[in-house]
Write a protein that binds this ligand. Structure first.
Ligand SMILES: Cc1cc2nc3c(=O)[nH]c(=O)nc-3n(C[C@H](O)[C@H](O)[C@H](O)COP(=O)(O)OP(=O)(O)OC[C@H]3O[C@@H](n4cnc5c(N)ncnc54)[C@H](O)[C@@H]3O)c2cc1C
Ligand code: SF4
Length: 338
């Protein structure tokens, strides 16, 4: 039995100071990741600082048409918020395609960005895993790797980031607001999650003690032509094999702006700005979308069980862009989403 201290913070400064004082401590929000991993023995915090009483759950539209979502807003509340649905429907769709209704009631925005990989070797608590136990090896390289990454991998880790919401956030260039011992700072979402490289134990650029306070979505008009398309083994309650967040701005049949991010394929939401540029100034067509997909997947590498993801990703990109161009997101074509 290992003792764990528990404190319920009422003030962000106090919460930061408490976590900062102990390198083995962690914040606790909805607990749907943290408590899971604690029970499995994958994480071993000595102290948990419950942040649920902090005033960080507001969802506010900004005057210029953007949005600020508090880190403690629950996935279900964000997905149903009228301003989110009106201004950033792709975020609502990505949230509704994640987890289950019960989990979405518990799970917070900040926790969602910080959820850990679903690699079974990481979660079993005993297999060699560089992420859980640095320099112990990566069991997935020659093991079961069907759900693993095809882009941005390293010889040290091939896990994928499992969040759906983060993929839509990456496409919409969200900004993560953080508070820490040195005050507040912002991190563009593209710089928030990291690739494994030779430090796979580090998931993101947050420092110990820093707390996510909010996620901001800058004003932009992608509310008509978009889709979050998630391909998974079951229609509900399953992580993405491949997902694509696609958003287009069209003017008279020509693409004037485009955003594309992939999930289920890398250690972070995957964006290739060059591929997005290929869409601008062109008329939507399957050939164009296929060329864009080829550009995105140019460096993709499959392993024993997951090589199928390369072709799956290509087809998912083409379908997502086609749905976005037609103004028919997955939520409208698939009424069975839960
Ligand atoms: C069975 C199951 C299926 C799931 N399916 C999906 C899915 O399909 N798609 C998907 O996207 N997600 C899925 N999830 C993941 C789920 O979305 C996350 O577990 C959830 O969003 C985490 O939020 P939380 O508030 O519970 O975080 P917690 O478990 O409380 O915390 C997670 C981590 O974030 C840290 N943390 C939390 N809040 C903050 C903060 N504000 N600042 C700094 N650190 C913080 C904690 O210390 C911890 O390390 C699934 C989860 C489960 C259990
Ligand atoms: S892929 Fe990453 S998380 Fe999975 S066993 Fe290898 S190092 Fe661990």
């Amino acid at each position: 039995m290992r003792p764990i201290s528990y404190a319920r913070a009422t003030d962000p400064v106090e919460a930061i100071a408490t976590v900062l004082a102990d390198p083995e401590s962690a914040y606790l929000a909805g607990g749907t990741t943290e408590i899971d991993l604690l029970r499995l023995g994958v994480v071993r915090p000595t102290a948990l600082v419950d942040i649920n009483d902090l005033p960080l759950a507001r969802i506010d539209g900004t005057d210029d048409g953007g949005l600020r979502i508090g880190a403690l807003a629950r996935m279900s509340d964000v997905a149903e918020d009228s301003v989110v649905v009106q201004r950033f429907p792709m975020i609502a769709e990505a949230l509704l395609l994640g987890a289950s209704p019960q989990l979405r009631h518990m799970a917070s925005m900040g926790g969602n960005l910080l959820q850990r990989v679903r690699c079974s070797y990481f979660r079993d608590g005993v297999s060699p895993c560089n992420k859980r136990e640095p320099a112990s090896g990566c069991s997935a390289l020659l093991g079961i790797n069907r759900g693993h990454a095809i882009l941005g991998t390293s010889e040290h880790c091939i896990a994928t980031h499992p969040s759906d919401m983060a993929v839509a956030m990456a496409a919409l260039e969200a900004i993560v607001h953080v508070a820490g011992p040195n005050g507040e700072r912002t991190i563009p979402i593209a710089e928030f999650h990291r690739l494994p490289g030779d430090r796979p134990e580090i998931d993101n650029t947050l420092q110990h003690g820093e707390i996510i306070t909010a996620v901001e979505l800058p004003a932009q008009d992608f509310s008509r032509n978009h889709t979050y398309l998630k391909v998974r083994d079951r229609l509900s309650y399953a992580f993405a094999l491949v997902s694509v967040a696609a958003a287009l701005r069209l003017d008279g049949g020509t693409v004037t702006d485009a955003r594309l991010a992939l999930g289920g394929v890398a250690h972070k939401p995957w964006r290739v700005p060059d591929a997005e540029s290929m869409l601008r100034g062109k008329a939507p067509s399957p050939d164009l979308f296929g060329n864009v997909a080829d550009r995105i997947l140019a460096g993709a590498k499959g392993y024993e069980d997951n090589a199928f993801k390369i072709d799956l990703a290509r087809r998912t990109i083409v379908r997502a862009l086609s749905q976005a161009a037609d103004g028919k997101p997955q939520s409208q074509t698939d009424k069975r989403i839960q």
